[in-house]
Design a binder for this molecule. Sequence first.
Ligand code: 5GP
Length: 190
Amino acid sequence: MPDAEPDRGRLTVLSGPSGVGKTTVIRELRAHHPELWVSVSATTRFPRPGEVDGTHYRFVSEPAFDELVAAGDLLEWAEFAGHRYGTPRLPVEERLAAGTPVLLEIEPQGARQVRAAMPGALLVFLAPPSWDELVRRLSGRGTEPEEVITSRLAAAREELAAEPEFDETLVNTSVQDVVARLLTLMQVGA
Ligand code: 5GP
């Protein structure tokens, strides 16, 4: 008898405004669930201290990003605060075909594109407990100059407005609670 095809993995998108804590949630999730695969995005922004090429992002030049777009190699991409970010398509498709649950951590314009390209994807919006808390988190990161923070706050106002387009909203009051709810939504054992 031929081998049965594995069931396709589920694609989950975690989105929300910059500074809301998506990266912390993903870090916590990965620590306990190495069986989940988290996509590594390509970006034209420069690495922050401690960020490793190929692990946190693929850091690419503007022309290299142009090539990825022209070749249709990105599942989605968006411009955010003066830089471009995109999800390489092939690794996502390979993991899903192999039955692995896949997680994308992207901003809302990209989430919209994923919804159009893959209607079966689960779109989860991570919301801050309040606007003031988001301002505090974005300003307190300490890694960005003032104008970058201003531009990210402007983007955050628009990003918050995207919430009704998502399947689920999780309010980031506690990382542990968000991770537990996300695992339930992804149908992965806690
Ligand atoms: P940061 O520069 O803080 O790492 O990321 C800025 C924003 O870009 C965050 O909201 C992050 O979720 C989003 N982002 C990271 N990778 C991607 C991607 O591949 N596509 C899209 N659309 N957004 C991304």
